[in-house]
Design a protein. Sequence first.
Lengths: 114, 114
Amino acid sequence: DTAVSQTPKYLVTQMGNDKSIKCEQNLGHDTMYWYKQDSKKFLKIMFSYNNKELIINETVPNRFSPKSPDKAHLNLHINSLELGDSAVYFCASSQRGSGANVLTFGAGSRLTVL
Amino acid sequence: AQSVTQLDSHVSVSEGTPVLLRCNYSSSYSPSLFWYVQHPNKGLQLLLKYTSAATLVKGINGFEAEFKKSETSFHLTKPSAHMSDAAEYFCVVSLTDSWGKLQFGAGTQVVVTP
């Protein structure tokens, strides 16, 4: 009964490949996010969707394309992977209007680009 | 624009002694403030949150934080460290209406020695 689950947990791939990370939440939240944690553990928001609508897009290269088929799922597809894309990607969810923007995070997906 | 500064990148404490993690913020609005913890190779877990109610906030695992507007601080404390407290701690600020866009501090790594 994991609240926010991401797959895969680890992903190792070559430069130039295309890969996807999937996220699902069973909390009934209406908003989902992707955050990126770099090698220095700094976390920064990439995207946010509310009820399948993109509401935050933080100047991320267009090689990154989020897709939200429904409000319980938010996937991240990355084209033409580069070395600098190596990071841990965290999915999160929250309920708008529940107060204080409390996000529930998944366990992360560690992407290594060789 | 809001920002958050964690004043210590590393803190080392002995088991059973107090823990103090320092955080200063800047915000043009009344902020919501959080502390998240990340154990090695794990996701982010909410420790506590401040949302303009009581300035002394109690969280999980014996942690608490005090919001001091005059000092723009939100320091995290625990009276007695446990070995399981070894982790990375993030101070986070959010505008009250920012769709979950969180600004993370750079993190403080806590080491607990026996």
